[in-house]
Every structure is written in C-alpha cells, then in structure tokens.
Write a protein that binds this ligand. Structure first.
Ligand SMILES: Nc1ncnc2c1ncn2[C@@H]1O[C@H](COP(=O)(O)OP(=O)(O)O)[C@@H](O)[C@H]1O
Ligand SMILES: Cc1ncsc1CCOP(=O)(O)O
Ligand SMILES: [Mg+2]
Length: 275
C-alpha cells in the first residue's frame, strides 16, 4: 500500500511538474533547485517580500529552510507562510540547526505555530530540540555527532504531530515518517550521504514537490531520496561525485527499481476508533 502511494506520487510529480517556492539557505540553493529539477518538479528560489504573495498563488508548496537566517529573512519567512495559508498550500519546514541557537529554535517554533498545513523535516537532534525535550543539549550542526533517530527523536516527533497538527520526517540512518495515523521507518540511504552538504535540505525540497501534488506525509520524498542516494553512492568514489551522481539517479529513477529497493517498515497504524 505505502509503496504504491510512493510510486503514484512520483508519477504525479513527473507528470504535473509542480512549482515549489523555496525560501532557503545560501549554502544549498543550487543543489536543492537541481534536485527538484532532476526529480521532475520546478523550483523557484525567492525571498523578497515584494513578490512572495504573487509567487504563492501559482506555487504548489512552500519550503522554508532556516539554514542561513537573519532578522530580515525571518520576517519574510513568516510572511511567506501567511501567504501559503491564504492560498491553502502546504508548508515544509526544515529547522536547520534547531537547538544550536535560541534564534534557530525560536524561529522554527514561530514558523511551525503559524503554518496551517505543515510537514517538518529535520534530523534527530533538530526534531528533539524543536520539541524542547530536556535532553536536547546536542547541537544539531553536522560534525557534532548528530543523533541518530532514537526513541527520543520519535517521541519528540509524536509531540510535534500533536502540538502543531503536522507530519514529521526524522531523517538519518533510519528515516522515520511520523503522522497522526501511522508511523513508518525507512532503511535506505547510504553512510556517505551526510558528507554532502545539503542532502537533508534536498530532502526537504523534494518533500515540497510531493506535498504540492497531495502527498503530504513526507514518505515519498524520503523513499525516493533514500533509494536514489544508495544507488548514487554505489557509483561514487566519494562525496564530490555523489553530489552530482545523485542528480543523474533522481532523473533516471524508474518506479520498478524504486519498488524493488525500498526498505520500508510500517511500525504503527492507528486504527480509527470512529465508527
Ligand atoms: N548514516 C546514514 N546512513 C544511511 N543514510 C543516511 C545516513 N545519514 C543520512 N542518510 C540519508 O541522508 C538523508 C538526509 O538526512 P540527514 O543527513 O539526516 O539530513 P541533514 O543533512 O538535515 O542532517 C536521509 O534521509 C537518508 O536518506
Ligand atoms: C552547512 C550549513 N550551514 C547553514 S545551512 C547549511 C547546509 C545544511 O544542509 P543539510 O542540513 O542538508 O546538511
Ligand atoms: Mg539539515
């Protein structure tokens, strides 16, 4: 069932080429735009208050990535989320470095509070920090032993789902897709992927493409990036070639290969107690 949802979503993205509006960080603008194009979607990177309302009318989703935020950008991000709400469009929040500074943690919570239709995609330590769990002392920048998705991270994600009425993707060695009605784990990907900056940001951007065509759990993007990442890593001598090879694999990925390689576990499904 989940595999078919993923395949249908990928076919829909490639057919409809949704426009994804990204307010994102300077480090990853290029790789995330190229990741969206390789997937079959259409990126626009914009952050001027003077055009965000117009852009949101014809964009299918908004991706807000706080990687290189400042006070001016924060206000534009909040304005953009208001426009997405007005247009009934989904918002993907990538809380880069949440927990590493008060500014990032506070801004992530402001955005999460404001968005009507929200998917949060972060690594384990970002998700733990966003939820405010007391042991979230771990800075979530790369190279500071970012936590693997632990039970703590899954507990934090469950809190966020309840608190912000959203879906949450915890990325890492295992990806967890946590929603109100189901919890899924994905075991694809490759250990080389964290050595490419922007891999998580690319996942958030792809999540926006799938959300734009109605797949708003975050599952399809994590599945596609995980499978594409492991295929690309197998053909790469190191992170330099992986960053480029990933684009080729995203572009060429066929649904049969995706279905064959997918390592997905349905951890929990809430049986609705409504008659
Ligand atoms: N240790 C790992 N083993 C396998 N795949 C990984 C590993 N770490 C990350 N990935 C892959 O990279 C993707 C990006 O995740 P991550 O590195 O957690 O994002 P971020 O860059 O925001 O910290 C994951 O969804 C997964 O596919
Ligand atoms: C290194 C860095 N610094 C600010 S944003 C950024 C990129 C982070 O990208 P990702 O979280 O996908 O690794
Ligand atoms: Mg990240």
């Amino acid at each position: 069932m989940s595999t078919q949802i993923i395949i249908n979503a990928l076919n829909t993205v490639r057919e409809h080429k949704p426009l994804v509006l990204n307010i994102t960080n300077y480090v990853v603008m290029n790789n995330t735009a190229n990741g969206l194009l390789a997937l079959g979607a259409s990126p626009i990177m914009a952050h001027s208050r003077g055009e965000l309302a117009e852009m949101m009318v014809f964009s299918g989703a908004l991706v807000v990535n706080i990687g290189t935020l400042d006070s001016v950008w924060v206000e534009r991000m909040l304005f953009a989320v208001e426009q997405a709400n007005k247009q009934g469009k989904p918002v993907v929040l990538d809380p880069v470095g949440c927990g590493a500074s008060q500014l990032r943690t506070h801004t992530s919570r402001r955005i999460a509070d404001l968005a009507d239709q929200l998917i949060i995609r972060g690594n384990a330590s970002e998700i733990i920090a966003l939820a405010g769990l007391e042991n979230a002392t771990q800075a979530s920048c790369k190279g500071v032993d970012a936590l693997d998705a632990s039970e703590t991270a899954v507990d934090a994600a469950r809190y966020l789902v309840e608190h912000y009425h959203c879906n949450v993707v915890i990325s890492g060695e295992t990806d967890f897709i946590i929603g109100k009605n189901s919890e899924i784990s994905l075991h694809n990907g490759h250990a080389m992927m964290p050595f490419v900056t922007g891999m998580g940001c690319t996942l958030s951007a792809l999540t926006g493409a799938f959300a734009a065509v109605g797949e708003t759990t975050g599952l399809a993007a994590a599945a596609v990036l995980g499978v594409a990442g492991e295929i690309a890593a197998a053909q790469s001598a190191g992170p330099g070639s992986l960053q480029l090879k990933l684009l080729d694999v995203l572009y060429q990925l066929d649904v049969d290969t995706l279905a064959q390689r997918l390592q997905l576990t349905l951890v929990k499904i809430a049986i609705s107690n409504k008659p």
